[in-house]
Design a protein. Structure first.
Length: 203
């Protein structure tokens, strides 16, 4: 199996942490430079028509795109140490939090970066005002997380899950946006130190 990625990007890192938590290591990682447009070639777009990473390519040539879909594949073939839930309620709660973190934290983080950094200005029209608005939404969600983590070890009670992985990668990527945990967000800081200390966080 192969995974096409750009190591510094947050979505590929989510997959690497997921695999590390599962103890899966028999994967070949192929690096693409997104700024140089290596993900926009006709050859790569046959693997993912949207030109995004990561992409999982199975031994028979089947390609699976989208971070959570890739993680779902590995959860199904390696069910030990479930990160997507082990019963109906847990699965639903993890799905709920995963979507919240993606929609209200990861997505505005990416939009803030794309529309204020100029990193992809050769293939999009950055709108500074939209990037600044997304920065506000990121900060608001961090306050929401801090309040929630006052009474929860992880995002879903005492259960470390894919939602925590997504939140960790998003928080770390916000360094490019110069957004960090504020001094008063003590519960978010406690959670961050906890999940960052897991061996998988170095994946």
């Amino acid at each position: 199996m192969k995974i096409y990625e750009m190591r510094i990007a947050p979505n590929p890192r989510r997959v690497r942490i997921f695999l590390a938590e599962k103890g899966i290591s028999n994967i070949e990682f192929i690096q693409l430079d997104l700024q140089k447009g290596e993900n926009l070639t006709p050859e790569f777009k046959r693997k993912n028509p949207f030109g995004k990473v990561p992409v999982l390519e199975l031994d028979d040539g089947t390609c699976i795109n989208e971070t959570v879909a890739i993680c779902r594949y590995f959860e199904e073939i390696h069910p030990e140490n479930p990160l997507l839930g082990s019963n109906a309620v847990e699965k639903a709660q993890i799905e709920m939090w995963q979507r919240w973190v993606e929609f209200y934290f990861l997505m505005p983080t990416g939009m803030c970066f794309q529309h204020t950094s100029g990193y992809f200005k050769d293939r999009m029209v950055p709108i500074r005002e939209w990037g600044d608005e997304c920065r506000i939404h990121v900060s608001k969600f961090m306050h929401f997380l801090n309040k929630h983590l006052e009474t929860n070890t992880y995002l879903i009670g005492n259960k470390f899950s894919i939602a925590d992985i997504t939140a960790l990668c998003t928080l770390d990527f916000n360094k490019v946006n110069q957004i960090s945990i504020s001094p008063e967000q003590i519960h978010l800081k406690r959670w961050y130190e906890d999940v960052s200390s897991r061996p998988s966080a170095k994946a």
